[in-house]
Every structure is written in structure tokens, then in C-alpha cells.
Design a protein around this ligand. Structure first.
Ligand code: 10D
Ligand code: SF4
Length: 327
């Protein structure tokens, strides 16, 4: 479904070079991010500031700073949280040791782990219960990977980062295998890694339904739809945001000559769009639409912007707040 929206500030744009801007749809906030932010806001409203948050609630500085202004305090570890303050765990999920330690200290905590990440945690537990060794496809050190591996005892989950790992990973002898994945991976890279695993281990158990989430899949599909027409892709997102980084890669692989990530409108080098006819814009699942608006405003400083929305999927999914925080 394509929709052409004329530049609302076209009067101001007159006389400037025309720039066609393809807007990827869907882009920006997913249901898990929306829920996680609401959990922090609602916790501040109910319990008063400060509310501590373990790790960036989602990987976006603008979101984090907005919540800080409302009374959130962001920390990396639980030992930075005082005994008498509520604490929220980020959308990326936490190892089992974190709620265990919070309970031991009798902290009041709220878990903002996205339900689709929790689903992968449950899958991991089921495989473990059935005696399977687990291969987790994901990026080393990412908090979601740390959280998922931390659902089970050490040594029961092995990380596979790429096809080379899939071809060489050592697994325990005579133990059935299963794989699970991080939710924000490249759909295409993961297909290659899974094919390599299946070639080596034909009986490996796969997720009933993909672990890569709907939001990741849809945002990559939308970028693929516009990349062949765009001479430049601007991805609004943060360098520590896995799903946003994947959009940069997807754009370039799908035929866009150059893709750049920007955190704010002011970060965009307008020189990159000079002389181009058409560019694309998308935003990672943790990037608010207001930052996309900033990028458009920045482009209008130099160009007459003509917007075309290219929507490949409609998203209606929403997640309820945890029990106790319902309105
Ligand atoms: O790095 P990332 O893509 O996993 O996280 P970000 O906070 O950017 O986006 C939301 C995705 C989550 C919470 C993992 F599913
Ligand atoms: Fe949940 Fe997917 Fe959003 Fe991650 S990107 S928070 S898994 S909906």
C-alpha cells in the first residue's frame, strides 16, 4: 500500500532541490518497546520517583533521557539499586540470577522483558527439561543473549554467532540438540546459519514458530521494499540497538548504495543527500517517531521533501502491562 504525502512545508521548500523520501512502514516502536516504556512511566506514577531501571529500558538515548526527566534512574547492575526503591528490568530480558537476587534482597521489581523474549526463555527451558543441548544463535555480549543464556545452568547453552560457528561448534556427544535465536537478528543471515546447522545436525529441534520477532521481520521487509529505489538509507536508531544495526545491513544488501545510522536529526550530514533524487528512511524498534520527524525537519533545511509511505505490513499487536500495573 503506497501513499504519497506532499511536503506539508512545501511553500518553504520551493526553490530548493526536490528530494523524494521513501518512508519504510512499519518502522519505529514495536509492541515490546511500547510496553516497556509504559511500565517505567506507570511505575513512576504509582510509586513515585525515583524508580530504578536495570540497563537502558530500550536502546535509545532519547527515550532514556526522557524517562530520567520523569524520575527514572538507570543503572547496569542490581547492586546499584537501594533496598527501598522499585526496580524495572529492561525489555531485553535478564538472567534468572537477577530476579533471584532481587527476591533475596526483598526488592520490589517489575519485569519489562518483552513477552516475545520471554517466549524464547520458556522454549530454552523446555529443551533443557527434555535433555537437549541448546545452540543459541545470537550476538555475544548482547543483553538479550546474556539473559537467554542465563535462564539455564552454565554449559547447557552454546552460542553460535555466524555460519562459521555453525560449521565448527563443538557439541556434547549423543545428546539431542535444539536451536533457539535472539529476536532481533537478520532474517537472511539466520536462515544461512540454520541451514548450516541442519546440514551438520539433521535431527536438530527447531522453534515451532520463528524466534525472530514480527517487528524485526517486518522492519527488515519494509527496508528491502524501498532499498532498490533509494540512493541513501537513513536508519534512525542507536549503535547498541541490534535490530537497528540489522536495518543498516539489510538496506545495503538489498541494493541501496549507502546506509547510515543517525540517533538524532542533527546527526544527519545533509551533504550525503546532495544531488540525490530519492532516499529512504526507517527507524529501529526502539526509536520514537519524533526522531524520524527530526530527520525530516533536518532534510527540509536544504530540500523540498516529497514523502512516499511504503507500507509492507500492518501491525496491530499490543502487549498488556504486567499484573499490578493495569490501569
Ligand atoms: O538491541 P536490541 O535491538 O535487542 O534492542 P532495542 O532496545 O534497540 O529494541 C528493542 C528490542 C528488544 C527489547 C529485544 F527484543
Ligand atoms: Fe519484543 Fe520484537 Fe520489540 Fe524485541 S523487537 S521488544 S522481541 S517486539
Amino acid at each position: 500500500m503506497d501513499q504519497i504525502i506532499p511536503d506539508r512545508s512545501s511553500a518553504a521548500g520551493r526553490g530548493r532541490p526536490r528530494l523524494n523520501v521513501l518512508m519504510a512502514g512499519p518502522r519505529g516502536f514495536c509492541a515490546g518497546v511500547d510496553r516497556a516504556i509504559k511500565i517505567v512511566e506507570e511505575a513512576i506514577r504509582r510509586y513515585g520517583a525515583p524508580v530504578y531501571v536495570r540497563h537502558e529500558i530500550v536502546h535509545n538515548r532519547f527515550v532514556v533521557e526522557s524517562l530520567e526527566r520523569q524520575g527514572a534512574i538507570f543503572v547496569e547492575e542490581l547492586d546499584e539499586v537501594p533496598d527501598d526503591a522499585p526496580v524495572v528490568f529492561s525489555a531485553h530480558g535478564v538472567p534468572k540470577s537477577v530476579p533471584a537476587e532481587a527476591s533475596r534482597r526483598k526488592l520490589f521489581y517489575l519485569d519489562a522483558t518483552c513477552p516475545l523474549v520471554s517466549k524464547v526463555h520458556r522454549e530454552a527451558e523446555q529443551h533443557f527439561t527434555r535433555g537437549r543441548h541448546i545452540l543459541l544463535i545470537g550476538h555475544a555480549g548482547h543483553p538479550e543473549v546474556v539473559g537467554t543464556m542465563g535462564q539455564l545452568p552454565e554449559g547447557t547453552v552454546t552460542l553460535v554467532e555466524d555460519e562459521a560457528d555453525a560449521r565448527s561448534v563443538a557439541v556434547p556427544a549423543d545428546v539431542p540438540l535444539a536451536f533457539i535465536t535472539q529476536t532481533t537478528l537478520s532474517v537472511d543471515d539466520t536462515a544461512g546459519i540454520v541451514a548450516a546447522l541442519r546440514a551438520r545436525f539433521p535431527d536438530i529441534h527447531a522453534p515451532a514458530k520463528e524466534d525472530i520477532c514480527y517487528a524485526t521481520t517486518n522492519r527488515q521487509a519494509a527496508v528491502k521494499a524501498i532499498a532498490p529505489r533509494a540512493e541513501l538509507m537513513v536508519v534512525v536508531g542507536a549503535p547498541n540497538s541490534s535490530n537497528s544495526l540489522r536495518l543498516v545491513e539489510v538496506a545495503e544488501r538489498a541494493g541501496c548504495p549507502k546506509a547510515v545510522m543517525v540517533q538524532r536529526g542533527r546527526d544527519l550530514d545533509l551533504g550525503l543527500a546532495q544531488g540525490l533524487a530519492t532516499i529512504g528512511i526507517t527507524a529501529g524498534a526502539s526509536a520514537p517517531e519524533v526522531l524520524v520527524e527530526e530527520v525530516l525537519a533536518r532534510l527540509r533545511e536544504r530540500f523540498e521533501v516529497v514523502i512516499e509511505e511504503v507500507v509492507v505490513a500492518e501491525e496491530r499487536i499490543t502487549f498488556k502491562l504486567p499484573a499490578g500495573l493495569h490501569a
